[in-house]
Design a protein around this ligand. Structure first.
Ligand code: PLP
Length: 483
């Protein structure tokens, strides 16, 4: 092994970015996540990204890509919003007395004041955090301590983060497998099933039910009365009702908080992602006065939960600027309008193509779900609809590598149309979009047209094409019957 030679001078970031551009994949493969590198190369997503602006990413050739991935939904106000950058610069230039720890600072207090003013009256205090998962961890701990009960309920298919506590509330085995044993007392209920929830609550030992108002994995929108019903059942059972708005908050669904669609009054609301404009990590839990005071119930318990960087000045300054941008640019109402346009333009694909099972969305949280076995040509992979559904090559492909059909859509969207979007979870044929709320109507139209073209093409493509282009080795062998 060659000896490590630490550089002696401090490089300017600008020089570093210019001088070593193009090395990112080699560095990733050597030091970070080579399997991610393989995926990017297999799908052809291995671009050298050099910039971001509004709803776009910019590659080294200067080509602009419409970014519907949105950094997992953090860029609600758009990438590199000048007002958020200015606030971060300003707070750095102010040389504040950041994180005195045995002392308090102004900016996180103002942030709490502003967030609580926009939240339902049921929450009255803020516990700062740095990420979404950390906000969820705080909610789990607060719920247990406030109620003295051990169990936490979550919904099937839920995603609340990947640290051990939040992972224990994760409704997707592909994330959980291999990391157990997870937190005891965490149990799933079906999303939308009030009877199942009631049965669990009746045991009287549930501290909290933690739920995303719209589920991120798959963009699952709840039945109309579900969340209000769940809240009532929780109240009656003395269980805290926790809305995880890490992804749905900050205007994403056309309201500042998604819970406003149903007039919810939860005991806790988890926030993160878009809260700091996507510029710096941040998280927060808004907590009812009662729950807060029963956890932090004496001087000796004042710091029983927290984190070193929680409530730091840079995150708070970025968040305050983000809230101001949401207001001044009317982005919450714009999200509702733009989302309605996106749905209006893409919903007809449901009728136009058998392979499109559903197009759904709320504000600018949007998804299209495919059923690759639905069209006659795909029923058995050879255009002969006489065999039972799923027995042909598409059936075998979907069993060997579920979700492969989606890549037939995301890849040409990216390579031919310069549109970046994501598959909404492992093993699912759902493509999802979380664009910046500043996305222009023309870009929404461009996406809808490109999607129509790409789906039309994918709907005609034989399974063998998908396998040979995007099939991972094992899946390819299994689907073709080779070991
Ligand atoms: C609803 C929800 N909660 C929590 C998290 C975890 O957030 P983070 O990745 O910042 O830990 C996510 C991340 O996607 C999320 O969508």
């Amino acid at each position: 092994m060659p000896p490590k030679s630490p550089s002696t001078s401090i490089p300017s970031v600008r020089e570093l970015l210019a001088g070593r551009v193009g090395e990112e994949m080699a560095l990733n493969d050597r030091y970070l996540n080579p399997q991610l590198g393989r995926i990017l190369r297999t799908l052809g997503f291995d671009r050298t990204w050099v910039g971001g602006e509004g709803a776009h990413l910019i590659d080294a050739r200067g080509d602009r890509y419409l970014d519907l991935y949105g950094g997992y939904g953090v860029f609600a106000v758009g990438r590199n919003h000048p007002a958020v950058i200015a606030a971060v610069r300003e707070v750095m230039d102010a040389h504040t007395a950041n994180m005195p720890q045995l002392g308090v600072t102004l900016l996180s207090g103002v942030l709490a004041e502003q967030l609580l003013a926009r939240a339902p009256a049921s929450v009255a205090a803020m516990v700062p955090a740095n990420t979404g998962t950390e906000a969820v961890e705080a909610a789990i701990k607060i719920a247990r301590a406030a109620t003295g009960r051990p169990r936490i309920l979550y919904a099937e298919h839920a995603f609340h983060g990947l640290t051990l506590g939040s992972l224990s509330l994760n409704g997707n085995d592909e994330f959980r497998d291999g990391f157990g044993p997870l937190l005891p007392g965490c149990d799933a209920v079906a999303f939308g099933d009030l009877d199942g929830l009631r049965r669990e609550l009746e045991r009287g030992d549930v501290a909290a039910f933690v739920v995303e108002p719209v589920q991120g994995k798959g963009v699952n929108i709840p039945p109309a009365d579900y969340l209000r019903g769940a809240q009532k059942l929780c109240r009656d059972a003395g269980t805290l009702f926790v809305c995880d708005e890490v992804q749905t908050g900050l205007g994403r669904t056309g309201r500042f908080l998604a819970l406003e669609h149903w007039g919810l009054e939860p005991d806790m609301v988890c926030l993160s992602k878009a809260l700091s404009g996507g510029i710096v990590p941040i998280g927060a839990v808004l907590v009812s006065r009662k729950a807060f005071d029963s956890v932090f119930d004496g001087m000796e318990r004042a710091v029983r939960h927290g984190s070193t960087f929680g409530g730091n000045d840079v995150g708070a300054a970025a968040a305050l600027a983000t809230l101001a941008v949401l207001d001044s640019e009317g982005l919450v109402a714009r999200s509702a309008r733009s989302g309605a346009l996106l749905l209006e333009l893409t919903k007809p694909l449901q009728e136009r193509y058998d392979v499109v099972r559903e197009v759904r969305g709320l504000g600018l949280m949007w998804a299209i779900e495919f059923d690759p076995l639905a069209s006659a040509g795909h029923a058995n992979g050879n255009g002969n609809g006489s065999k039972p559904r799923g027995t042909g090559l598409w059936g075998r492909v979907e069993r060997a590598q579920p979700g492969l059909f989606s890549q037939m859509v995301t890849v040409p969207l990216f390579t031919e149309h310069h549109i970046l979007c994501q598959v909404a979870g492992h093993h699912m044929n759902v493509i999802k979009a979380l664009p910046a709320l500043v996305i222009e109507d023309d870009e929404i139209r461009r996406f809808a047209n490109a999607l129509d073209e790409v789906v039309a093409h994918a709907a005609r493509a034989p399974a063998a094409v998908a396998l040979s282009r995007f099939g991972l080795g094992v899946a390819r062998r299994r689907a073709l019957g080779r070991r």
